[in-house]
Design a protein around this ligand. Structure first.
Ligand SMILES: C[S@@+](CC[C@H](N)C(=O)[O-])C[C@H]1O[C@@H](n2cnc3c(N)ncnc32)[C@H](O)[C@@H]1O
Ligand code: SF4
Length: 384
């Protein structure tokens, strides 16, 4: 039986000062003044339209992602959060994250975000090496990044995430470790450490930068950085995520545990379990900000909708759950997918025989080898 899991709210804010050459997110360079006010009105209309999918359910986290959400003035974030909490039940003390580009941090801004109800800031730092930052086309240098983090801390934020990328053009393992040292010195609660990937349809994919480390070098960097982070008290809990005890990201954990989420804003994706109908559905919104803005609040803003059929659920579940160091329990698999545990007997047996997964009673945990060959492991769960 499918039972509705915890619910999260994702809010997409699609503009950036400048488009980074490696980025394939739905983010658009701001040309001229941005329609903040109209966008927040449209977000609330979009939420109204999605509400029937989430009647009576409690929201456990809100995530403003982008794009660069920190381009939005605090009063607009405040207006959205007030409107959303009037429409949906917010769990007491729920996690509210705002992604922030250090190049947009102004004095006084963080106090106002905090007063609006934001309690977690996720900074896109990428590197503390000014040469690397330039090659990545970032709008800030390392001094600005450090200053922005300190401004947030001075405003009382104690739940900070720093995004770093590694395997950067021209980066040696020592340089990657030096980036980490500077991040650790700022004492964030959480660190995301992403391997730079060349995403299709980006400038970097069209013209790859010189000096990119190869896969083996990238793996060595990842292992050295993971060891350094463990030493500093950051537990590795997901492929790219590290946290101090109890500071794992509630919002992202819900994705990885195959929880539900409403997705509002341009190009946002949602996943909802409809218990009464025994369905799991995905809904996504029109990608282009102007098209979405015009249609928000009506059926025309929906870019598409699709059920996750029972046969597809094991693969979709593993795509998320096998990213987690803790793996998953068979009981959780059954509750989230509405399938008997026997549905995955064959791929589980094969992955275990290959040394990719380990069984401990009800729990299934990826081994170090399984984490390295994650895509091969997940592929075993594809429907025929
Ligand atoms: C949507 S961005 C949010 C932060 C904000 N837009 C910024 O860049 O400052 C989320 C994070 O994804 C990571 N990211 C983006 N493109 C990537 C790529 N091609 N490879 C690896 N990580 C990437 C970056 O670390 C980035 O901070
Ligand atoms: S600032 Fe962030 S979202 Fe915007 S283009 Fe750069 S990486 Fe992408």
């Amino acid at each position: 039986m499918l039972s509705p899991p915890p619910l999260a709210l994702y809010v997409h804010l699609p503009w950036c000062v400048r488009k980074c050459p490696y980025c394939d997110f739905n983010s658009h360079e701001a040309r001229g003044p941005l329609p903040f006010d109209g966008y927040v009105d449209a977000l609330l209309a979009d939420l109204d339209h999605d509400l029937p999918l989430a009647w009576g359910r409690t929201v456990h986290s809100v995530f403003f992602g982008g794009g660069t959400p920190s381009l939005f003035p605090a009063p607009e974030i405040d207006r959205f959060l007030q409107g959303a909490s009037a429409r949906l039940r917010f769990a007491p003390g729920l996690e509210v994250t705002l992604e922030t580009n250090p190049g947009t941090a102004e004095h006084g801004r963080f106090e106002d975000y905090r007063a609006a109800g934001v309690n977690r800031i996720s900074f896109g730092i990428q590197s503390f090496d000014d040469g690397c930052l330039q090659r990545l086309g970032r709008i800030h240098d390392s001094a600005q990044a450090e200053a922005a983090v300190k401004l947030a801390q001075d405003a009382g934020f104690d739940n900070l995430n720093l995004d770093l990328m590694y395997a950067l053009p021209g980066q040696t393992p020592d340089m990657a470790l030096r980036d980490l040292e500077r991040a650790i010195a700022l004492q964030p609660a959480h660190l995301s450490h992403y391997q730079l990937t060349l995403e299709p349809n980006t400038l970097f994919a069209a013209r790859p930068p010189a000096g990119l480390p190869d896969e083996d070098q990238a793996w060595d960097m990842q292992e050295a950085c993971q060891a350094r982070l463990a030493h500093a008290g950051y537990a590795h809990y997901e492929v790219s995520a590290y946290a101090r005890p109890g500071r794992e990201c509630v919002h992202n954990l819900n994705y990885w545990r195959f929880g539900d989420y409403l997705g509002i804003g341009a190009g946002a994706h949602g996943k909802l379990t409809l218990g009464a109908e025994q369905r799991i559905m995905r809904r996504w919104k029109l990608k282009h900000p102007t098209a979405w803005l015009t249609a928000a609040g009506s059926v025309a803003a929906i870019g598409g909708e699709q059920d996750i059929a029972p046969a597809q659920r094991p693969f979709e579940y593993m795509l998320n759950a096998l990213r987690l160091v803790e793996g998953f329990s068979l009981a959780a698999f059954q509750a989230r997918c509405g399938l008997p545990a026997e549905a995955i007997n064959a791929p589980l047996a094969e992955a275990t025989a290959r040394g990719w997964l380990e069984r401990d009673g009800d729990r299934v945990v990826p081994t170090a080898l399984g984490r390295r060959f994650g895509n091969d492991v997940i592929a075993l769960f594809l429907a025929d």
